[in-house]
Design a protein around this ligand. Structure first.
Ligand code: PGA
Length: 252
């Protein structure tokens, strides 16, 4: 990874948590000991756990992220949560376009683009997820697919905003399957993403954007993944629910 940047390690708890779980998790996490890494650490719990974790994080260096946000700022949109609400809970980052949202909630690349804009309107840093299915990989279409995801998602973003993006490469065949991409596979795709960003935006902006890998990250593979040039952080799902495993990943 680029030694100029702090690694960014993001925990995505998905639909796991609840206030009592969150507070127990935090106590157990703190009991692991001091953090030995310089990483920036972001926890993305369900919306309903944000307020209590915001208070509980006051004496820690942990930051808060959300797993989703509304494309709208306000209005008659039942069930939505706006970026402004997230700011009030101390949220700094927001995951946008996770493959589970694309698959189960039919979020299109255009909706992802709107959510990125909504995040930036509230000074939230979007963590934009991209990645291919196994069928696309086997057909040799990985980069065509990801470039199209990025092209639509990033259209209309000014360079000043784009430099605050985080892009997570999460191959769908690696999410929750226990089968991570090899460090070389992650590096290969992230390098191509960086090259594409250089052309689509410009080189200085592309170099400022932080690139993460996600998909079956665990204690045993975190260090090798982070040792790659273009892997500047990790998006951790399942393993982040276990405070001990997550602590070990951070110290990897
Ligand atoms: P996983 O999930 O680590 O459980 O594979 C990663 C993610 O979906 O962000």
């Amino acid at each position: 990874m680029d030694k100029q940047k702090k690694p960014l390690i993001v925990a995505n708890w998905k639909l796991h948590g609840g206030e009592s779980f969150s507070l127990r998790w935090l106590t157990a996490f703190k009991n692991q000991g001091p953090l030995l890494s310089s990483a920036e650490v972001v926890i993305c719990p369900p919306f309903t756990d944000l307020a209590s974790l915001f208070m509980a994080f006051q004496d820690t260096s942990l930051k808060l992220g959300a797993q989703n946000l509304s494309a709208y700022d306000e209005g008659a949109y039942t069930g939505e949560v706006s970026g402004a609400f997230l700011r009030e809970w101390g949220v700094e980052y927001v995951i946008v376009g996770h493959s589970e949202r694309r698959e189960h909630f039919f979020e299109s690349n255009e909706m992802v683009a709107e959510k990125i804009q909504a995040a930036f309107r509230q000074d939230l840093k979007p963590i934009v997820c991209v990645g291919e299915t196994l069928a696309l990989r086997e057909a040799g279409k990985t980069m065509d697919f990801i470039k199209n995801q990025l092209k639509i998602a990033l259209t209309g973003l000014g360079l000043g905003l784009a430099e605050n993006l985080v892009i997570a490469y999460e191959p769908l065949w690696a999410i929750g399957t226990g089968k991570n991409a090899t460090p070389e596979q992650a590096e290969e795709v992230l390098k191509e993403i960086r090259d594409y960003l250089k052309i689509f935006l410009d080189a200085p902006t592309a170099l400022k954007i932080r690139l993460l890998y996600g998909g079956s990250v665990k204690t045993s593979n975190a260090a090798l993944l982070l040792a790659q040039n273009h892997v500047e952080g990790l998006l951790v799902g399942g393993a982040s629910l276990d405070p001990k495993a997550f602590y070990e990943i951070l110290n990897a």
